[in-house]
Design a protein around this ligand. Structure first.
Ligand code: ADE
Length: 239
């Protein structure tokens, strides 16, 4: 898939997306990343990209025109339509279901705001959806865009060395993940649960499911609210 990022800090995105699974997905040609700087499309000696907010108040607003021209150049670079996402604390909260939906698209454009935000007219005219990565305020959309790039890149076929690992992630079945252990079996901090060393795959699957349900119940009861547990899951949770 192709991801275009519109940001006043294109180097930041390039760097963030250069490591680990995302870096590998790019090397393998599964994801191509293109950064666009609206300042390159601003006019005047100062290449102004922001101005004061009408109505008064603190902070600056990103101007329509540099962003509009930047997005137009981005669209000209590739005729394939892009799904344009504005990263903003006013957006709908990102979750794994949304990540899967975005990951299935052939082209995404991530618009990163700075300052107080982006002129609303640009958002109305050019943006398909607004997404937030949580109920807190960052100083810009770049970190949120890097989160989207990472979450989406790892879901591309061939990005993870073990294809099963994405399916086992937290949230893929609406639950938190179970705990994981590796060597050594005995350590001053504790012992690896015996069932995981038993070789009994049915018992291991049952234990993992029980742990996932228990953790979700304890830590994120909101994920279970309004969800009908199967009889087996209800029994595991009660055990
Ligand atoms: N920009 C600033 N804060 C943000 C957030 N919480 N999510 C997405 N974009 C943002």
């Amino acid at each position: 898939m192709r991801i275009d990022v519109v940001s006043l800090f294109p180097d930041f995105i390039e760097r963030c997306a250069g490591f680990g699974v995302t870096g590998r997905a790019r090397e393998r040609g599964l994801v191509s990343l293109h950064a666009w700087n609206p300042r390159d499309y601003a006019e005047g000696n100062y290449r102004k990209v922001d101005d004061r907010t009408f109505g008064g108040g603190p902070g600056m607003v990103m101007l329509v025109e540099p962003l509009r021209r930047c997005l137009a150049a981005m669209r000209r670079a590739d005729p394939q339509p892009a799904h344009v996402v504005h990263l903003s604390p006013q957006g709908r909260r990102l979750d794994q279901r949304k990540v899967r939906e975005l990951a299935a698209r052939p082209r995404l454009a991530l618009l990163c705001g700075r300052y107080e935000g982006v002129d609303e007219r640009l958002v109305q005219a050019e943006v398909d959806e607004e997404l937030s990565i949580g109920d807190y305020v960052l100083s810009g959309g770049e970190l949120a865009a890097a989160v989207v790039v990472d979450a989406v890149a790892r879901l591309q076929d061939g990005a993870l060395n073990d294809a099963a690992s994405a399916a086992q992630d937290s949230f893929e079945d609406g639950l938190l993940d179970c705990p994981h252990y590796s060597h050594p079996v005995e350590h001053p901090y504790g012992t690896v649960p015996e069932v995981l060393r038993s070789g009994n795959h049915a018992a291991i699957a049952r234990w993992r499911r029980q742990q996932a349900l228990g953790r979700t119940w304890e830590r994120r009861p909101d994920l279970l609210a309004g969800r009908d547990l199967s009889r087996q899951d209800a029994a595991l949770l009660e055990a």
